[in-house]
Design a binder for this molecule. Structure first.
Ligand SMILES: Cc1cc2nc3c(=O)[nH]c(=O)nc-3n(C[C@H](O)[C@H](O)[C@H](O)COP(=O)(O)O)c2cc1C
Length: 210
């Protein structure tokens, strides 16, 4: 049988972790992870994701309290607050200008995207959905990148969003999507959570009765 591609091995090796080594994650690595995460696709390439990297002990304790005392947030040397910018559309003309300049996007398509995006994002529910989708894809990319860089991670949605915004000066336009605790893995066995079988989660052609 052909050897498995290293990326596929990495996908299978990743688990959420709650314990981390005390070794800090340096700023260069944090920046690299965010650069990796930003390779994710996003609606109209708006790149709604924003990241707050929380490192200081007092802030980690504060964030841990906002995450209902989930200890991994206190223990991890860095936890990312992944935000979605509900007004991310503001940057689209600049993003498109650069894309057109380098020949990655035809001018006609750029203009059409801006028109369509303006329509979609006028609906607050749709805007919120799109922000959640795009920031979630960036979150997953960040977690896989962490794994590839020898780090471990754990995503959390168990947190009080209002408290996170108040404690970390996050403006209303930014929707807290997820926390991702990141650090070097502690020397403990990582057991994979079971997954539903493919037959239970895949249907062909129609979506009824999984
Ligand atoms: C959106 C989302 C929210 C999650 N929230 C929490 C959380 O608040 N606390 C926690 O310990 N784990 C949380 N997890 C981790 C899941 O429990 C974990 O991904 C799942 O059990 C599968 O295990 P694995 O990631 O090790 O494969 C969350 C995961 C996702 C994707």
């Amino acid at each position: 049988m052909a050897a498995m591609h290293p990326f596929l091995e990495l996908i299978r090796q990743r688990t959420s972790v709650e314990s981390f080594d005390t070794r800090p994650v340096d700023e260069e690595t944090i920046r690299a992870l965010v650069e990796d995460a930003a390779c994710a696709p996003s609606s109209f390439n708006i790149q709604h994701w924003r990241f707050v990297a929380v490192r200081e002990e007092a802030d980690r304790n504060r964030l841990c309290r906002a995450a209902f005392g989930q200890e991994q947030v206190r223990i991890a040397p860095v936890t990312f607050i992944v935000l979605g910018d509900l007004q991310g559309l503001d940057k689209l003309p600049r993003i498109n200008r650069e894309a057109v300049e380098i020949g990655a996007l035809p001018q006609g398509k750029a203009s059409a995207w801006e028109r369509m995006a303006a329509e979609i994002y006028a609906d607050p529910q749709l805007a919120r959905d799109e922000v959640l989708r795009s920031a979630s894809l960036a979150s997953m990319t960040l977690m896989l990148a962490a794994e590839a860089r020898g780090l471990a991670s754990g995503a959390l949605s168990g947190f009080d969003a209002g408290r996170v915004c108040a404690d970390f000066d996050i403006e209303e336009r930014y929707l807290p999507v997820m926390l991702i605790a990141v650090g070097y893995p502690a020397d403990v066995e990582r057991k994979q959570q079971p997954r539903l079988g493919v037959d239970e989660i895949l249907n062909f052609d129609r979506g009824r009765r999984f």
